[in-house]
Design a protein around this ligand. Structure first.
Ligand code: NDP
Length: 309
């Protein structure tokens, strides 16, 4: 049987190399050159064409190439009963935490302003925002949110977290459920979205959410573009309810050249790079699940399609 990589627009050479290194002799097919579809029983996927998977009758696993599975669950024709897995990997959490820390410190130490001052040869000391005064609120305390919380606490920030189910984490002020959202937001001066994209979280970064933050709060979105209502963000920046935003993900990617975010003085844009899936680091867990699928053992990092993450 064969493993198919289906990731249109993604260079998959290094995936093939690392998978073959770990499992010599593995039969890898790169979509659309799949050969006989009935020979494929394991799919490694990123942004597949909707409806494609229903053509493969013997799939035992559809593995997301990333930590999120919203790109899979958005397909109304996803075959029922085929397990979905996602990537859970330390290097992804490390890389995401680095990005988040950079964005937080950039805001608190006002580096964007110093960059502008430098371009004007202006010597202008500014009073930094102190870590101890800047409560950070992380939406989503999963693999990524928990790692970032620990590292921000180590830097001296007060950290709150919001999740679906109540659970405590050392040093983090934990809030759970929609009923706790207002309390969570009311004390958050830097809001970081690290939620999965589900029907419940879509559009959660909206005008109501921003209004509940203390005036002048800062927003960082590293989750998915559809979490944010872009016009609501622009309106909240216009009224100074928000002081700025750092965005790595967007409703439309690549961000269109005429999008107002590109030139907005209070918005930092990066091209969906906050955490990258490294094929060398992730290939071992893909091969582990491939072997498990061949021998009927339980798969690792399985996603609950009802829950959406
Ligand atoms: P996890 O599944 O480990 O964690 C998800 C967290 O979100 C959990 O704490 C969960 O709560 C919480 N959550 C889910 N739904 C709700 C809800 N309705 N209300 C409140 N809390 C909720 O995911 P990861 O940390 O691994 O990844 C998070 C997301 O980050 C991914 O889904 C992906 O979209 C995004 N991502 C973005 C990347 C980028 O490059 N920009 C790279 C990697 C990931 P509970 O713990 O109670 O279940």
């Amino acid at each position: 049987m064969a493993l198919m990589i289906i990731a249109p627009g993604t260079r998959v050479t290094s995936w093939v190399k690392h998978l073959e290194r770990l499992e010599p002799g593995i039969d890898i097919r790169v979509w659309p050159d799949t050969g006989a579809r009935d020979e494929i029983d394991f799919a490694l996927s990123w942004q597949h064409p909707p409806g494609e998977f229903k053509k493969y009758r013997y799939l035992k696993c559809i593995a997301s190439l990333g930590a999120g599975v919203d790109h899979l669950l958005a397909d109304p024709d996803l075959p029922a009963g085929v397990p979905l897995t996602r990537v859970v990997e330390h290097s992804m959490a490390q890389s995401m935490s680095e990005y988040v820390i950079l964005a937080v410190l950039n805001h608190c130490r006002q580096f964007d302003d110093y960059r502008t001052d430098q371009s004007q040869k202006k010597w202008q000391p500014r009073i930094p925002l102190l870590a101890a005064d800047m409560r950070i609120g992380i939406m989503g305390l999963g693999q990524l949110g928990t790692d970032a919380a620990g590292k921000l606490i180590a830097l001296g920030f007060a950290v709150s977290g919001w999740r679906k189910t109540p659970q405590t984490i050392d040093g983090v002020d934990c809030f759970a459920g929609t009923e706790a959202l207002n309390d969570f937001l009311s004390q958050t001066r830097i809001l970081i979205c690290m939620l999965p994209l589900t029907p419940q979280t879509k559009g959660i970064l909206n005008r109501d959410t921003f209004a509940k933050l203390p005036a002048g709060a800062y927003v960082i979105n590293v989750a998915r573009g559809a979490h944010l209502l872009e016009d609501d963000l622009l309106a909240a920046l216009d009224t100074d309810q928000l002081s700025g935003a750092c965005l790595d993900v967007f409703e439309t990617e690549p961000l269109p050249s005429d999008h107002p975010f590109w030139s907005h003085p209070k918005i930092t844009v990066t091209p969906h790079i906050s955490s990258i899936t490294f094929s060398r680091a992730v290939a071992p867990q893909i091969i582990e699940n491939y072997r498990r699928s061949q021998t009927g053992q339980p798969l690792l990092n399985v996603v609950d399609p009802q829950r959406g993450y």
